[in-house]
Ligand binder design. Sequence first.
Ligand code: FES
Length: 184
Amino acid sequence: MQCCCEEGKGSSVRLSGAQVDLDLLNEVLAHYREQEGSLVTVLQKAQEVYGFLPLAVMRHIAEQMGVKPAKVFGVATFYTQFRFQPVGKYLILLCQGTACHVNGSERIETALCQELKIKAEETTGDGLFTLSNVACLGCCSLAPVMMINGRAYGPLTPDKAVSIVRDLAKKEKALVKEGSENEN
Ligand code: FES
């Protein structure tokens, strides 16, 4: 995954004290522990496993890799690709890479933010959607593109993006309704 940097983000980061199963990281740590310069890769893998980087996970990584926790926090908070709070059921990765940018990704972002009533990097109050701006997703021919839980959607227009998100929200509502009917 490519990364984009934003120095100084660390001071405003809210870390999550969520309790998680640290054993899920055993395989990753066993593989990378001895590899010099692999801290960013380990953090990326950890985020793939947990969806974000809880405080306990960063402490565990520091301990297992023999580096100071401050170094792990420093590296993690340096890169905008890392998240420190749980994400919604649907993680929307909106590409802001060059091809997507010139094809209107900012308009897509505005439309999604309006629809979801959140800003980028936030999660909706119902816990359904997190919107995150990312660098090139590697499918520029679809620009402008977004990826939701691993599936790429593009080329997008603001209306198309909103309708995709609305369909997912509708599907979720139907699932909740079905669940409550089955209970009765
Ligand atoms: S720039 Fe958006 S997918 Fe490459």
